[in-house]
Design a binder for this molecule. Sequence first.
Ligand code: PLP
Length: 285
Amino acid sequence: RTVYVNGEYLPENEARVSVFDRGFLMADGVYEVTSVLDGKLVDFDGHAVRLDRSLSELSMRAPVTRDELLQIHRELVARNDLTDGLVYLQITRGAPADRDFAFPDPDEVPPTIVLFTQSKPGLADAPAAKTGIKVISIDDIRWGRRDIKTVQLLYPSMGKMMAKAKGCDDAWMVEDGYVTEGTSNNAYIVKDGRIVTRPKSNDILHGITRAAVLRYAAEAQMEVDERPFTLEEAKAADEAFVTSASTFVMPVVEIDGTPVGTGAPGPVAARLREIYLEESRKAAI
Ligand code: PLP
C-alpha cells in the first residue's frame, strides 16, 4: 500500500514519523475519514470544512491547501486502485525537540500530515445493514469538546470492547440520562414517524453523514426533531439507527438486550440508507 506522509508518497513500510510527534505522545491531533464508493470521494468538502474547524479550535495550521488535500486523496485512491473503502487523514501538532505540555511555535514545528487508504470491498452492501446492529449503553465519560475530531479515541475503543464482551456491536454513550452518540457514529430514534436526533453542540461530533441525512430527510418531507432523547425513549422507540462516513445509515435493532420496535431494521432507516447511498454516489467526486 502507498501512504502519504508530509509531502511524500511512500510504500507503507518506508513511512516514518518521529517518536517526539505530539500525536503519538499526547493524542494532540485531528483526523477525518472519507468514504470512497466506485473510486470517488463521498462528501469531500464536508470533511474538509470540518477538518479546518477542528484545526482552528486547537490553534493548528493546515499544512496543505484544500485543493492539495483533494489531490492527495485522489492520488492515494488511484495509486492503491481503491474502488470501495476509505481514506484516513490525520494531522498532528508535529514533533518538537523535547516533550513539553506547551504547544510548540508553529513557525518552528510544522504539523505532521499522514494519509492512507483502507480497502473495503462491498462497503455499501454491508450484511449488517440487513440484520441491524446491537448496542449496549455506557456512561459518556469523554471530555467536553466532542465536537473536535481529535485522535483521543481510547474511551470509544473501550466502549467497542465492552460491547463485544456482551456479544454486541457498538455502544451508545449516555450522559444525564440522555444519549449523546455512538462510539463512532451519531445516534437516532424514530417514534410515530418522527426522526429524533441530538442537536449539534460541544457534546457530540457534528457528523458529516448526519448533516447529509438530515438534509435528505427534509427534502423527502420526513419529520425531524433535533432534540436530546433518553435511553428509555430509545428502548421504547419504533426504530433506531446510527450514521457515519464508513457505515452510512445503519439500523440498530437492540439496546441493552431490549429489541427496538419489531427487533428488525425498520422502514425509515432503510429508506434513509437508500436515499443517502444514491445521493452520495451522485455527488461523489
Ligand atoms: N460521532 C463520533 C464520536 C464519531 O467518531 C463519528 C465518526 O467517526 C461520528 C459521530 C460520525 O461522523 P461522520 O458522519 O462525519 O463520519
